[in-house]
Ligand binder design. Structure first.
Ligand SMILES: C[C@H](N)C(=O)N[C@@H](CCC(=O)O)C(=O)O
Ligand SMILES: [Mg+2]
Length: 362
């Protein structure tokens, strides 16, 4: 199975509601889609979102990275020589993790098809069904309480609450949400780097004292501020999860060795795909640090790859793969099946895609 061509397309899907975090507001998924074609007629699909505020990647940079260095390094290679392909992909240029992830995902799709097995089984086959949280965008407290109740009524047991815009109001937001949903729902919060270390400790302690009961806090401080992250971890009893601070396996090793966070958020768009995500899983497992798997604003193509990884690995104990659920439509036939919070994999080979509607590949 030899790679003969790599083509690109664009997927555009309006969201059900605007997605709002401390970093940005978005109304639709606007992602680059990758199609890798082989001489056997097999096709692998991947996807990359331009999440510039987190990864630094834009639509233009993703397309440029793939059309120039990546394509040149991969055409003509055999999927059988998987390790060689992965090394060439990762070494074709530095950074550009979203472009690498889209290609890595399409290659793993082909890898599964080559051996006629669903990817999650080839990677470990731990389970075939997982349960995701759903994100509540940062808004005024009344709106967030209403959105949380709506999610609870759809059956979600875990809500990921976006905060980090103004710590004084964040407390009011969290009180309003806890009051609305009661204590049978787990609340995890994501500040998306919005607080300063001392501010984070002050307000998180206030939330603890108010009995809001928070499962964990995600990325309270700036991505680069490992010391600040450690300061928060050392000074509150709520577990701290590192998201934007960890892109590479090296970042993960550093955060773990510093004890700067209690938990790690793996996202394929930060690691550059499954190949490096597996290294983070191995590191985390070695040190007994549980992982969450997350996503950006992604459709079902790349999120299906994340579902396969999560289904394969027991160290991934927390799931934030709500990208496709936030979308108002699903133009992808096949892949993971989303029934609100329940995500199930089929036993189709690779990632199991059948058809991607409305995307023109060139
Ligand atoms: C969509 C997911 N639940 C999420 O919140 N992901 C990110 C932000 C993604 C984005 O801005 O596209 C996160 O910070 O965890
Ligand atoms: Mg996050």
């Amino acid at each position: 199975m030899k790679i003969t061509d790599i083509q690109l397309g664009h997927i555009s899907i309006p969201l059900k509601k605007p997605f709002k975090t401390a970093l940005r507001t978005v109304n639709s998924v606007e992602d680059v889609v990758v199609k890798i074609i082989t001489d056997t007629g097999h096709i692998g699909y991947g996807e990359a979102p331009p999440t510039g505020v987190i990864t630094g990647d834009t639509t233009g940079s993703i397309i440029g990275a793939i059309e120039e260095p990546i394509k040149k390094h991969l055409i003509g290679l055999e999927i059988e020589s998987f390790e060689e392909i992965m090394l060439k992909l990762q070494k074709s240029l530095v950074k550009n993790t979203s472009a690498k992830a889209a290609i890595d995902i399409a290659l793993y799709d082909l890898f599964g098809q080559l051996y006629q097995a669903p990817l999650y089984k080839l990677l470990g086959g731990y389970r075939k069904e997982i349960i995701t949280d759903i994100t509540i965008s940062v808004n005024d407290p009344e709106q967030m309480a209403k959105d949380s109740l709506e999610a609870m009524n759809l059956g979600y047991k875990t809500l990921k609450i976006k905060v980090g815009k103004d710590a004084n109001i964040d407390i009011i937001r969290m009180k309003a949400i806890r009051e609305a949903v009661g204590y049978d729902i787990d609340l995890r919060i994501d500040a998306n780097q919005g607080w300063k270390p001392k501010e984070a400790v002050y307000f998180l302690r206030k939330m603890e004292d108010a009995g809001i009961n928070i499962e964990f806090v995600e990325q309270p401080v700036a991505a680069y501020d490992f010391e600040g992250l450690k300061f928060v971890t050392d000074n509150i009893s709520i577990p701290v999860l590192a998201d934007e601070s960890i892109f590479s396996p090296m970042d993960a090793a550093k955060i773990i060795q510093m004890r700067a966070a209690d938990l790690i958020n793996i996202k394929l768009m930060k690691t550059g795909g499954i190949y490096n995500a597996l290294k983070i899983c191995a590191l985390a497992e070695t040190y007994g640090v549980e992982c969450m798997i997350g996503c950006m604003l992604e459709s079902k193509i790349s999120v299906t790859a994340a579902v396969h990884l999560a289904a394969a690995k027991s160290i991934i104990t927390k799931i934030d793969l709500d990208g496709p659920i936030l979308c108002s439509e699903d133009p992808i036939e096949g892949g993971a099946r989303f029934d609100e919070y329940k995500i199930t994999l089929s036993d189709e080979p690779g990632l199991g895609f059948k058809k991607i509607q409305g995307v023109v590949f060139k």
